[in-house]
Design a protein around this ligand. Structure first.
Ligand SMILES: C[S@@+](CC[C@H](N)C(=O)[O-])C[C@H]1O[C@@H](n2cnc3c(N)ncnc32)[C@H](O)[C@@H]1O
Length: 275
């Protein structure tokens, strides 16, 4: 059963209206996630490419406000509203709910309450903790990023690193980290073979979170940093005495790519429907 405590019916109904027009549920959800991510990065070309696909399939025949691009925009607004009220993984809950009607996707993520307990067990400390050290919180199979989100509510100052081999999941995590205004790297790639296909960086700002996709060189740098830091963490853990506790990740290492993004990207209100 999909996250029963989270009300995502309104969002699912909006996306369902697009689905009813003959687009697969997977296509609708994937395009919605991509549109949000491109809009937040002000990346007009890939954004308009998706819009054009719907236009080519008769989207302009619907009245203004009812075109698929308007409905995608409405669903984004509904998502932001629900996120503002709950700070929970609404996106993942929509994925769970919406994916149930599809053969092409659909899986279940860890319930929020369990995520909270796991964050506590892993030693993610509360905001009030007086240590100067910045924690790094890693989820190598992050799904929609729910664990990172829950950890981020406990320790918003930490650096978060999520990885998932599924591109849709990696994108959901990047969006979630941006929505929660966290400093994070989100990697699309296999954690076992340590291959990276792409990555996003989200950055904290007092104006709200921002997100950008890293270029090839930056992905390489990130790959080097993650593999080095992980090797050091494993070595460190092996040398650690049992009473020294558990690391949440790769503490005290400088991340490879600067944390700042252009200020024009630092707004969550960037999703415009296109005429
Ligand atoms: C059940 S979900 C858990 C997601 C999240 N950690 C949570 O607790 O909600 C498992 C995720 O692991 C990802 N996954 C499985 N094998 C992987 C691998 N070798 N590398 C990266 N991601 C992987 C899947 O794509 C899926 O999104």
């Amino acid at each position: 059963m999909a996250s029963p405590q989270l009300d995502v019916d309104g969002i699912v109904e909006t996306l369902e209206q697009i689905h009813q027009r003959g687009h697969s549920a997977h296509t609708v959800f994937r395009d919605w996630v991509k549109l949000m991510l491109f809009a937040l990065q002000n990346r007009d070309d890939p954004y308009l490419e998706i819009v054009d696909n719907y236009r080519d399939r008769g989207d302009m025949d619907h009245p203004h406000g009812q075109r698929s691009v308007d409905l995608f925009s409405k669903a984004f607004g509904q998502l932001q509203e629900r996120m503002a009220v709950t700070s929970a993984d609404i996106l993942g809950a929509v994925y769970e709910e919406y994916g149930m009607s599809s053969d092409a996707f659909g899986q279940h993520f860890t319930p929020h309450t369990v995520c909270k307990t796991m964050a506590e067990i892993a030693g993610v400390v509360n905001e009030s903790n007086d240590t100067e050290d910045r924690q790094t919180v890693l989820d190598p199979t992050c799904g929609s990023g729910r664990m990172l989100l829950v950890a981020g509510r406990k320790q918003p100052e930490a650096l978060f690193v999520g990885q998932d081999k599924d591109p849709l999941c990696a994108r959901m995590t990047a969006l979630n980290c941006c929505f929660l205004n966290l400093d994070a790297y989100v990697i699309q790639g296999d954690s076992l073979t340590v291959e990276f296909q792409g990555a996003w960086q989200t950055s904290y700002s007092s104006l709200g979170g921002s997100v950008r996709e890293l270029d090839g060189e930056e992905v390489e740098e990130l790959h080097e940093w993650v593999t080095d830091a992980f090797e050091n963490t494993v070595e460190g853990d092996n040398q650690r005495s049992p009473d020294q506790g558990t690391d949440t990740g790769m503490e005290d290492r400088t991340p490879p790519v600067g944390m700042s993004v252009p200020s024009e990207q630092a707004s969550l209100g960037a999703f415009d429907s296109s005429d």
